[in-house]
Design a binder for this molecule. Sequence first.
Ligand code: PLP
Length: 428
Amino acid sequence: MSETEPKFATLAVHAGAAPDASTGARATPIYQTTSFVFNDTDHAASLFGLEAFGNIYTRITNPTQAVLEGRMAALEGGTAALAVASGHAAQFLVFHTLLEPGDEFIAGRQLYGGSINQFNHSFKKFNWNVVWADSTDPQSFEKAITPKTRAIFVESIANPGGVVVDLPAIAAIAKKAGVPFIVDNTLATPYLCQPKQFGADIIVHSMTKFIGGHGNSIGGVLVDAGTFDWLGAKHRYKTLVEPNASYNGMVIGETFGNFAFAIAARVMGLRDLGPAISPFNAFMILTGAETLPLRMARHSENALAVASWLEKHPKVAWVSYAGLPSSKYHELAKKICPKGAGAVFTFGLKGGYEAGVKLASGLKLFSLLANIGDTRSLVIHPASTTHRQLTDEQRIAAGAGPDVVRLSIGIEDKDDIIGDLERGLARL
Ligand code: PLP
């Protein structure tokens, strides 16, 4: 074995894991237990007081979950991670750790629609106020900064695809404003893009997508890049810098240094709000993560082949995929995700709404459903499904106009994927 730092593909298989100490089991066991026995009451007290690391109760920690966290922290180059029940739960815990009522955060508006809802509606109930900027225009983030701004949030490759975000430019704006830069890296995954290298302080994922990769388990994670100086920050992030009454006055930022954010999200957010990942889902996602590099390379290669083929098809009006030289994000993609532009992209049909409905319903290999990041190829016609409730104007603004079809290209043989689309398009 090489003595140098293990490379990405090795980390994807091994990081965080070791043969089970008591049984020798090589695969990480599913620790399907609610609770863990203490040695004695002193041991219990030290665990509850955060004076020792160890397991108490699966809502807060679990050994299967811990291996997944070790793996994700390593793949993202962070200091620590926290795996939770879903991507949305990860976002919720990130903002719960950072914000106080009345605070603002800026988010690029090119986001997964569910995140737009979460920020616009549910977060408002906590008086956490989103201010929207344009992910394709870094200056719009600078203009949106106010004395109440406490974070900036973007997706690295924005869902529904095609938009690659200039992470270094937005990171510089966050740094100048003295606020953490949060990147949702779901579509890119750390195989294609490691946001920490471009200035991200916190990385989140819906592991439901490419990390698990097989469309069988919901999960999310937040990764602490270990880069943000909470104690020296321009603003007071209370959860990190104030004495904590539920931990005998401990200041989490002081005690846990460069992994304090991940600890705070666990021992305050997860403890009190409760969106724990089940050990079974952690196991499924961990198993998926082992093949992440192989799958992402194949997803990207297939997506480029399909997008290039579609671009030349007479019934296709346009294709938005950053892997194509014709994309206005192509140059940025070469810098941010040089190994490929991922699996998800949109294209427009000359036949408009009717053609979109017919194509999405008529494909055989593609599954018509509202997910991405499966080994299988997936299709959706947003205007007639996920974006049905919106007005035409709102749909177009969200990149879900009547002619738009979204694909998540799987890892099947690319000739079969193209063949399915060819037959589908011929029927229009
Ligand atoms: N972020 C992105 C980019 C997503 O695509 C999704 C889900 O589609 C989420 C976050 C939310 O993740 P989850 O469905 O695991 O809660």
